[in-house]
Ligand binder design. Structure first.
Ligand code: AMP
Length: 399
């Protein structure tokens, strides 16, 4: 049975089609939905060239139809048995992948106030896929689900229970599919049961988060009510004093919406130096650019602060796992993050770390710690789509 995985954004749909052994049959995206010129790329496994379509895609329904058509033209999709949807926010109630029916759809809609920037697009993806393929089970896989078992001291903010209960104000955590996937891969690589391991997983992409995983369970994570808290990200500030928001509203005359946009889209690396692509920032810093250097310094400092904190939360540590665009590729960031951390038992071997890119390594996992490092330092290629496909199969009872 084939599984189609959809990741629907506000103006794009990314997809991957998996075969019965979870081999990738096709991957692609439709972007600039609703804009003047749409763009779609379909990569069929085994084909020499990707298919590129430049045509107006007025809405998500036609975006999804474009995907179905491309798969049919490639002779794929006949054995499609389920569609798995990435859903960013599952609130406190969705703790596992869930087969979607009207009631579930309503409950996902009810989470929109918690994730106004993400859930509406995910919902649109579910609605158009259900409309075009009503006979197929549709499964929601939540970014928050892996963190649903966080202990109370980790998920509660220090505010009254009425605010927590009435308004859902607590830590939820995100990037759960990625943290769960790389934790499993790390355990396989270490050849030890996940249930025995204490791990810190660093998902460093355009969005970034860190999770402490004890025995396979997320026990602390850096994103909170929304994906804004925690590490410095491409365009998001991560941690700051909440009073900054009141200060900007009262003293700078900004509206709440303007502050939200500032903190989500114009802060983080781009706020610090004007660029959010770490490759550009590294080359600017290497050329002596002070703003780029400061951005890198703040970025690395924040990660190290969390590493120390999470080592204390866990009380023991077997491995630090680097993943996502920056974690998998930026050897300089990995080196700086792990520098002088003998205190935590972490020592990287520069010769092993230099030039390592997770996707280019056999099996997608590389160990870069020194021989005498007590803690393993692993670079792991994440694969959120594969994890969503697996969880979709679990939800429909095929695994
Ligand atoms: P992701 O969100 O996981 O796709 O990660 C995207 C980010 O990874 C980009 O913004 C880049 O800054 C970063 N990235 C990708 N490749 C490299 C690389 N070779 N070196 C440094 N950073 C990279």
């Amino acid at each position: 049975m084939q599984v189609l995985v959809l990741n629907s954004g506000s103006s794009s749909i990314k997809y991957q089609l998996f075969g019965s052994d979870l081999q990738v049959l096709a991957t692609g995206l439709v972007e600039r939905i609703g804009e003047e010129a749409g763009h779609a790329v379909h990569r069929i496994t085994g084909a020499d060239e990707p298919t590129v379509e430049d045509a107006v895609v007025p809405d998500h329904a036609s975006g999804f139809a474009t995907i179905v058509r491309a798969l049919e033209q490639a002779g794929l999709g006949d054995e499609l048995g389920a569609i798995g949807h990435r859903v960013v926010h599952g609130g406190a109630e969705f703790t596992a992948p869930t087969v979607i029916d009207e009631q579930v759809l309503e409950r996902i809609r009810a989470q929109v106030p918690l994730a106004p920037l993400h859930n509406p697009a995910n919902l649109t993806g579910i609605e158009v896929a259900t409309e075009l393929r009503p006979e197929l089970p549709q499964v929601a896989v939540f970014d928050t689900a892996f963190h649903a078992g966080l202990p109370a001291p980790a998920y509660r903010y220090a505010i009254g229970d009425d605010v927590h209960r009435d308004h859902g104000v607590r830590r939820y955590g995100f990037h759960g599919t990625s943290h769960a996937f790389v934790a499993k891969r790390a355990a396989e690589h270490l050849d030890r049961p996940l249930e025995e391991l204490a791990l810190i997983t660093l998902h460093l992409g355009n969005g970034a988060s860190v999770t402490a995983i004890d025995g396979g369970r997320s026990v602390e994570t850096s994103m909170g009510l929304s994906p804004l808290e925690g590490l410095v990200m491409g365009t998001r500030s991560g941690d700051l004093d909440p009073a900054v928001i009141f200060h900007l509203i009262r003293q700078a005359g900004m509206s709440p919406d303007e502050v939200e946009t500032l903190l989500n889209r114009r802060s983080g690396l781009i706020g610090l130096c004007g660029d959010n692509d770490l490759r550009t920032i590294e080359s600017r810093a290497a050329g002596g650019d002070q703003d780029a250097q400061l951005a890198l310094d703040v970025y690395v400092h924040r990660i190290r602060k969390y590493l120390g904190a999470y080592a204390a939360v866990l009380g023991r540590l077997d491995a630090v796992v680097f993943t996502a665009g920056v974690g998998e590729n930026a050897d300089g960031v990995r080196r700086r993050v792990c520098q002088d951390l003998e205190l935590l038992g972490i020592r990287v071997d520069d010769a092993r770390n230099d030039g390592v890119r997770a996707s280019a390594v056999d099996g997608g996992v590389a160990a870069v710690q020194a021989a005498d490092s007590r803690v393993a330092v692993l670079v792991v290629a994440t694969d959120e789509e594969r994890e969503i496909a697996e969880q979709t199969l679990v939800a429909v009872g095929e695994r």
